[in-house]
Write a new protein. Sequence first.
Length: 109
Amino acid sequence: MRTRHGSATVILLAPACLLFALFVIYPLARGIALSFYDWNGVDAKVWVGLGNYRELAADPVFRTALANNLRWLACYAVAPALGSRWPCFSVSDCAACASFARSSSWRSS
Protein backbone atom coordinates (compact mmCIF):
# COMPACT_ATOMS: atom_id res chain seq x y z
CA MET A 1 0.00 0.00 0.00
CA ARG A 2 1.37 3.37 -1.02
CA THR A 3 0.94 6.38 1.18
CA ARG A 4 0.97 10.01 0.26
CA HIS A 5 4.47 10.36 1.72
CA GLY A 6 5.78 7.56 -0.52
CA SER A 7 4.63 9.38 -3.63
CA ALA A 8 6.18 12.63 -2.45
CA THR A 9 9.44 10.85 -1.76
CA VAL A 10 9.57 9.41 -5.26
CA ILE A 11 8.68 12.75 -6.83
CA LEU A 12 11.32 14.61 -4.85
CA LEU A 13 14.07 12.02 -5.39
CA ALA A 14 13.46 11.45 -9.10
CA PRO A 15 15.27 14.60 -10.38
CA ALA A 16 18.30 13.93 -8.18
CA CYS A 17 18.47 10.29 -9.26
CA LEU A 18 18.09 11.27 -12.90
CA LEU A 19 20.88 13.83 -12.70
CA PHE A 20 23.11 11.39 -10.81
CA ALA A 21 22.55 8.75 -13.48
CA LEU A 22 23.14 11.26 -16.28
CA PHE A 23 26.32 12.83 -14.92
CA VAL A 24 27.88 9.98 -12.90
CA ILE A 25 26.59 6.53 -13.84
CA TYR A 26 26.44 7.02 -17.64
CA PRO A 27 29.98 8.51 -18.02
CA LEU A 28 31.37 5.81 -15.74
CA ALA A 29 29.76 3.02 -17.75
CA ARG A 30 30.79 4.65 -21.04
CA GLY A 31 34.39 4.99 -19.84
CA ILE A 32 34.53 1.33 -18.83
CA ALA A 33 33.10 0.31 -22.21
CA LEU A 34 35.64 2.49 -24.07
CA SER A 35 38.53 1.00 -22.11
CA PHE A 36 38.15 -2.21 -24.10
CA TYR A 37 38.90 -0.39 -27.39
CA ASP A 38 41.94 1.23 -28.97
CA TRP A 39 40.59 4.56 -30.13
CA ASN A 40 42.15 7.96 -30.72
CA GLY A 41 38.80 9.78 -30.76
CA VAL A 42 38.70 10.25 -34.54
CA ASP A 43 39.32 6.98 -36.35
CA ALA A 44 37.29 3.80 -36.01
CA LYS A 45 37.47 1.96 -32.69
CA VAL A 46 39.46 -1.27 -32.63
CA TRP A 47 38.50 -3.94 -30.06
CA VAL A 48 41.49 -4.88 -27.90
CA GLY A 49 39.65 -6.52 -25.01
CA LEU A 50 41.82 -6.62 -21.90
CA GLY A 51 44.90 -5.52 -23.86
CA ASN A 52 44.78 -2.00 -22.43
CA TYR A 53 44.67 -3.41 -18.90
CA ARG A 54 47.59 -5.79 -19.61
CA GLU A 55 49.62 -2.86 -20.94
CA LEU A 56 48.74 -0.80 -17.88
CA ALA A 57 49.68 -3.60 -15.46
CA ALA A 58 53.08 -3.99 -17.17
CA ASP A 59 53.90 -0.27 -16.87
CA PRO A 60 56.25 0.39 -13.92
CA VAL A 61 55.14 4.04 -13.67
CA PHE A 62 51.52 2.92 -13.23
CA ARG A 63 52.50 0.41 -10.53
CA THR A 64 54.38 3.14 -8.66
CA ALA A 65 51.42 5.51 -8.94
CA LEU A 66 49.03 2.79 -7.77
CA ALA A 67 51.22 2.01 -4.75
CA ASN A 68 51.41 5.71 -3.87
CA ASN A 69 47.64 6.08 -4.13
CA LEU A 70 47.07 3.05 -1.91
CA ARG A 71 49.43 4.55 0.69
CA TRP A 72 47.50 7.84 0.59
CA LEU A 73 44.23 5.93 0.93
CA ALA A 74 45.53 4.08 3.99
CA CYS A 75 46.71 7.34 5.57
CA TYR A 76 43.42 9.03 4.79
CA ALA A 77 41.47 6.16 6.34
CA VAL A 78 43.50 6.32 9.57
CA ALA A 79 43.73 10.12 9.85
CA PRO A 80 40.25 10.79 11.28
CA ALA A 81 40.84 8.30 14.09
CA LEU A 82 44.12 9.93 15.04
CA GLY A 83 43.20 13.50 14.16
CA SER A 84 41.78 14.56 17.51
CA ARG A 85 44.68 13.00 19.39
CA TRP A 86 47.51 14.31 17.19
CA PRO A 87 48.36 17.30 19.44
CA CYS A 88 49.12 14.86 22.25
CA PHE A 89 51.64 13.09 20.07
CA SER A 90 53.37 16.25 18.87
CA VAL A 91 53.35 18.39 22.04
CA SER A 92 53.80 16.14 25.04
CA ASP A 93 54.81 18.97 27.44
CA CYS A 94 51.68 21.03 26.86
CA ALA A 95 49.35 21.08 29.88
CA ALA A 96 46.23 21.33 27.71
CA CYS A 97 47.33 18.26 25.76
CA ALA A 98 47.97 16.33 28.95
CA SER A 99 44.50 17.29 30.19
CA PHE A 100 42.97 16.19 26.89
CA ALA A 101 44.84 12.87 27.01
CA ARG A 102 43.54 12.19 30.53
CA SER A 103 39.96 13.02 29.55
CA SER A 104 39.89 11.03 26.30
CA SER A 105 39.54 7.30 25.92
CA TRP A 106 43.11 7.09 24.62
CA ARG A 107 45.84 7.10 27.24
CA SER A 108 49.39 8.18 26.50
CA SER A 109 52.21 6.24 28.10
